[in-house]
Each structure stands twice: as structure tokens, then as C-alpha cells.
Write a protein that binds this ligand. Structure first.
Ligand code: CA
Length: 219
């Protein structure tokens, strides 16, 4: 689950990023409405957390422009303005939820999980293929109920492949799920993670489709 965080209050943005990453979300952070709109032209965010008081434009305008382009990415609005009108306006403009600042991070996480469940991508399922079981709540992998030790990135690679079982994932597709913006990407990182995973997983569990990518057969 990749979240775009639009927030110009840097200490708050940093704290949010830390908590969200800790919960297993991928977070991209921007400070301005303009940057948010640019980021949202790329369809690689599953959710947006949008502050309304941005330095260059009203967050409501960002929301309005986003919805005008028929983008349905769920948006949670953060606002210090707790007047009834503005809440209603935000929801009218297509916000999925809103939180009044200051808010408790657990409250935000709870709202995110509600949206996640609605999107049907909730991190609450166990994905089981052949003997391999991925517990996406505990972020753990099991083979025949024996826990497999793997790094966070190895887990993410396996999760992408298992979630998309039966479909081929290119190296770039996998890579994009592994890294937040600005993070240094080793050019062969995906290959290295897959190599390491293969040593731990049943033979031929992850298959290479030469020149295209990787895949796991459906159970
Ligand atoms: Ca602000």
C-alpha cells in the first residue's frame, strides 16, 4: 500500500512517515499542492493523506482537481479547521474521510485500515500458495507452518509476487514497490532478493520469465 502524504508541517510529516512506514506502508511525501498534483498524475498511489493548509494552494483545490480528473484514489483530509462547513465541503469534494488536527496517530491508522479493507487490499489476509504461507498482518512467511527468516525487502518481493500470483511482474514493477522516493536503488537489488528467496523457498516456486520478469503460479 503506497501512500502520498501531502503535508507542509515538516516535523508532523516526519513523524507520520515514521509511523506509517513502521506499519508497513510505503510513503512518498510532498510539501505543496503543486507537487501533490504532479505526483498524482502517476497512478502509483493507493491512498492520499492531504493537509488542507498548504503553502501554495488550498488542499481542497487539490482534491477538487484530482476528482475532476476522475481520479478515485481515496483521500483522507487533515485539517485544523474544524468548522462544520469545511468538513462538509471536504466530503462534498470527494474526500473519503477527515481528521481534525491535532489527532492521534492511532486514529489515522485506524481510518487507513478502514479504507484498506474497502479497497480489498487489507493487510489482514493470509496468502497461501503451495506450501508457502504469507501472513500479511504479522509480516511473516511460513513454509509448512515453519517460520522462514527473511529480510523486510525479501518479504516485500515475495508479497508482490504472491499477491499477483499467476501474473508476471517485471523487475521495475517489483522495484517500485520496494522503495520510497529518493531512496538509493541498487540496480540488481530485485535479482539479489529473488536469489536469496529462492535459496529458502521450495524449488521453482519463483519462476523467471526470461526478458519479462518473475512469476509465481497460482495454487
Ligand atoms: Ca499545513
Amino acid at each position: 500500500m503506497r501512500i502520498l502524504l501531502v503535508e507542509d508541517d515538516l516535523p508532523l510529516a516526519q513523524a507520520l512517515q515514521q509511523s506509517l512506514r513502521h506499519e508497513g506502508f510505503l510513503v512518498n511525501h510532498v510539501n505543496t499542492g503543486e507537487d501533490a498534483l504532479t505526483s498524482l498524475t502517476m497512478p502509483d498511489h493507493d491512498m492520499v493523506i492531504l493537509d488542507l493548509g498548504l503553502p501554495d494552494m488550498d488542499g481542497l483545490l487539490v482534491l477538487k482537481k484530482l476528482r475532476a480528473k476522475k481520479q478515485t484514489t481515496p483521500v483522507i483530509v487533515l485539517t485544523a479547521r474544524d468548522t462544520i462547513e469545511q468538513r462538509v465541503q471536504g466530503l462534498d469534494f470527494g474526500a473519503d474521510d477527515y481528521l481534525i488536527k491535532p489527532f492521534d496517530i492511532n486514529e489515522l491508522l485506524a481510518r487507513l485500515r478502514v479504507i484498506e479493507r474497502r479497497l480489498g487490499t487489507a493487510d489482514s489476509a493470509i496468502i497461501s500458495i503451495a506450501l508457502v504461507k504469507l501472513d500479511t498482518t504479522a509480516h511473516k512467511v511460513f513454509i509448512e507452518d515453519k517460520e522462514l527468516s527473511c529480510s523486510k525487502k525479501e518479504y516485500m518481493v515475495l508479497k508482490v509476487l504472491m499477491e499477483n500470483a499467476g501474473r508476471i511482474q517485471s523487475r521495475e514493477q517489483i522495484e517500485s514497490r520496494l522503495y520510497d522516493w529518493g531512496e538509493e536503488v541498487m540496480s540488481n537489488a530485485v535479482e539479489v532478493h529473488i536469489h536469496n528467496l529462492r535459496k529458502k523457498l521450495p524449488e521453482k516456486f519463483i519462476q523467471t520469465v526470461r526478458g519479462v520478469g518473475y512469476t509465481i503460479n497460482k495454487a
